[in-house]
Design a protein around this ligand. Structure first.
Ligand code: GLA
Length: 344
């Protein structure tokens, strides 16, 4: 079963063709169930999981490209770009990577060699098809005084694991645009840290071309002012900005409410207002923002169902469960100068 496509509504990526790419994270299921919506509304695709370390190299030297290849050929066949996600992360990374056959933690040189082999193999394989990569994901610490979060990468290699990853990716494909990607990217303290990290990479001439703002936002947070300040901070580095994982949850992160089977009218109204403001800000910074990706296609599937609160449904996108436009879709499409597209 594939979600039906309403022909009376505009295509999101057409509406935004003079601004930035409009992307969606997809997986093996949604590539089938949401196929028509994907074809119509998005010109950039990200693998929700299929290009993560544990999927691509589940055992040492045994690469498994089947699902990533499928996604890439779907993108190719349909004229979509592909954002690669992600090469170095503390999550969804195979356990074998950090230990030897006796289960003992490996040393820096061994981990660097494994990192280089993984990045080189993956980036070279998709040299023609993947135009940019989230090279390092979520390396900055959230609440501690430390700049970087604890991780096996950090404790075994040291702080330069980040720049090593960028150098390995760059030598595997000098044409690829290389990104640092993180969440809570608009939080004043965390955005200072992200800025500090990326700034130090730029100063040391590490091949980095962009900052990915994940944008897992909700109806109440972050504030428009925080978002604007974060964008300006990152843009001052002279790098491209991508919105990489956008969703606008109907709930604050820890809201325990689990009784709703459908979104309330007030939620849809507020969500439309939020999306409208967010996209106004994106348009305003279009000289810096070159891609906006949603972390899903429609409310038919989202990682936010049951997470982080078990039993809680969520409706974070601009297309509803059946692929129909929500009030947020209408507002996002109200772009100055696009009245002709709207009346199609
Ligand atoms: C992070 C990662 C994504 C994804 C989301 C949750 O933001 O970057 O790959 O795992 O968490 O779905």
């Amino acid at each position: 079963m594939t979600n039906s496509v309403s022909h009376s509504i505009p295509s999101l990526c057409d509406v935004y063709k003079d601004y930035f790419l409009i992307g969606a994270a997809v997986n093996q299921q949604t590539l089938q169930t949401e196929q028509n919506l994907i074809k119509k509304h998005f010109n950039s695709l990200t693998a929700e999981n299929e290009m993560k370390f544990e999927h691509l190299q589940p055992a040492e030297g045994q690469f498994s490209f089947e699902y990533a290849d499928k996604l890439v050929s779907f993108a190719n066949d349909n004229g979509k770009k592909v954002r690669g996600h992600t090469l170095v992360w503390h999550n969804q990374t195979s356990d074998w990577l950090f230990t030897d056959s006796a289960g003992k933690t490996i040393d820096r040189e061994t981990l660097l060699a494994r990192m280089e082999n993984h990045i080189g193999t993956v980036v070279r394989r998709y040299k023609e098809e993947v135009y940019c990569w989230d090279v390092v994901n979520e390396a900055v610490a959230d609440h501690s005084q430390a700049l970087l979060r604890d991780s096996n990468w950090l404790s075994i290699i040291g702080e330069d694991f980040i720049e090593k990853a960028f150098h390995f990716a760059h030598s595997a494909n000098p044409e690829a645009l290389l990104f640092y990607n993180d969440y809570n990217e608009s939080d004043p303290d965390k955005s200072d840290k992200i800025f500090q990290l990326v700034c130090s990479l730029v100063e040391r001439e590490v091949p980095i071309h962009g900052v990915g703002l994940q944008a897992h936002w909700n109806l109440y947070k972050p504030s428009y002012d925080e978002i604007r300040k974060a964008i300006e901070k990152y843009a001052s580095l002279g790098l491209q900005l991508h919105i990489t994982e956008m969703d606008v949850s109907a709930f604050e992160w820890n809201d325990r409410r689990t009784d709703l089977k459908e979104p309330l009218k007030e939620m849809l109204y507020l969500q439309a207002e939020r999306y409208d403001q967010f996209f106004q800000i994106f348009r305003e910074y279009k000289d810096h923002i070159t891609s906006v990706t949603f972390w899903g296609v429609s409310d038919h599937y989202t990682w936010l169902n049951d997470f982080p609160v078990k039993g809680r449904r969520n409706w974070p996108f601009v297309l509803d469960h059946n692929g129909n436009p929500k009030p947020a879709f209408q507002r996002v499409c109200q772009v100055p100068g696009t009245s002709r597209i709207m009346s199609n």
